[in-house]
Design a protein around this ligand. Structure first.
Ligand code: NAD
Length: 316
């Protein structure tokens, strides 16, 4: 296959090598967004993550483009329907990173429960050590607490398995899911657990923890109205999309004590993060790293290579 492919936001090395061994000409140099309209014209395929935008105008000046591949889930940076209209294949890897994101959500749940973000920032020996020991001596366990999942797709259901194993009661709000059924493997047996489904208004006053796992659909899932009815002392984790939480409303809820702490991997206006969020003692932050594990990157690369190979074969 003599196609030239531009990998503009990076790809795990095994994927780059696999594409080369299939005969594709692969270019891994990063071309700045403003130069793409001129330079992408030589390529038949482009592989991006979330940074590079592949918009209508770019497709119009690249008539040789056969596919756009997104390593990951969200396609906000690609004009998907326009690409399809033009006969350009668009592929992504929706399931490859679910476990990694769910594990990060669990890490945030554990971290904010024990105040690790503050303990790490403040850590010191001597008098400070004793003061910190006292400050963080009255935390709770996850076991026995109720976790409300907003969204029960690939990531939400993966987190539900871990939380159930930790002894939490998981309740689910997802208007597009009829029944929330967990399938858990125990040795050679598979056990099915049906989780309680609730509306957001029913779930928020009940839950000790709320974790968000939906796409952004135009309005925040947690804003002033929701923080008004959320259980006092609740913990909130967001590894979905920053826009799903109204950050000003969250800051008010943290400062008033309505929300105990929050774990955030995603932010409203990345990479321009509100200063008040960055060093807040009740906020544990990470830099949108949900999918950034070796395992997820290998799965993403493997899945993209298979799909690109299939598209290439169909054009022979
Ligand atoms: P998914 O499509 O498998 O699941 C999303 C679920 O949300 C669906 O079941 C859908 O019915 C439900 N949903 C939609 N609107 C809803 C609403 N208003 N209220 C409640 N539920 C609603 O998606 P996924 O793979 O589980 O990904 C979930 C989110 O995680 C996405 O926003 C994705 O962009 C994000 N994500 C983040 C990272 C990261 O690095 N932090 C990595 C991958 C994905």
């Amino acid at each position: 296959m003599s196609w030239k492919i531009l990998i503009n936001d990076g790809m795990e090395e095994s994927g780059v090598n696999a594409l080369k061994s299939l005969g594709f000409e692969v270019d891994t140099q990063k071309i700045p967004q403003e130069e793409l309209s001129q330079k992408l014209q030589d390529y038949q395929g482009i592989i991006v993550r979330s940074a590079t935008k592949v918009r209508q105008e770019l497709m119009d000046v690249c008539p040789g483009l056969k596919f756009i591949a997104r390593g990951g889930v969200g396609m906000d940076n690609i004009d998907v329907s326009y690409a399809k209209e033009k006969g350009i294949a668009v592929i992504n890897t929706p399931a490859a990173s679910s476990r990694s994101v769910a594990e990060l959500a669990m890490a945030h749940l554990l971290s904010i429960t024990r105040g690790l973000q503050d303990a790490n920032r403040q850590f010191s020996g001597g008098d400070q050590f004793s003061a910190l020991k006292k400050k963080w001596s009255t935390c709770s366990e996850l076991q026995g607490k109720t976790l409300l999942l907003l969204g029960f797709g690939r990531i939400g259901s993966e987190l539900a398995k871990m939380a159930t194993a930790m002894g939490m009661t998981v309740i689910v709000n997802d208007p597009y899911v009829e029944k929330a059924i967990l399938k858990i493997k125990l040795g050679t047996q598979e056990v099915e657990i049906q989780l309680q489904m609730v509306s957001r208004e029913e779930g928020l006053p009940l839950a000790d923890y709320v974790s968000l796992h939906t796409p952004y659909t135009g309005s925040a899932l947690l804003g002033t109205d929701e923080f008004a009815i959320i259980k006092k002392g609740c913990f909130v984790v967001n590894t979905s999309r920053g826009e799903n939480i109204d950050e000003d409303a969250l800051l008010n809820a943290l400062d008033s004590g309505k929300v105990s702490a929050a774990g955030l991997d995603v932010f409203q206006n990345e990479p321009h993060i509100k200063e008040a969020l960055i060093h807040h003692p009740k906020i544990c932050t990470s830099a949108h790293i949900g999918a950034s594990t070796l395992e997820a990157q290998e799965r993403i690369a493997g899945e993209l290579v298979d799909k690109i190979n299939e598209i290439g074969r169909a054009h022979v």
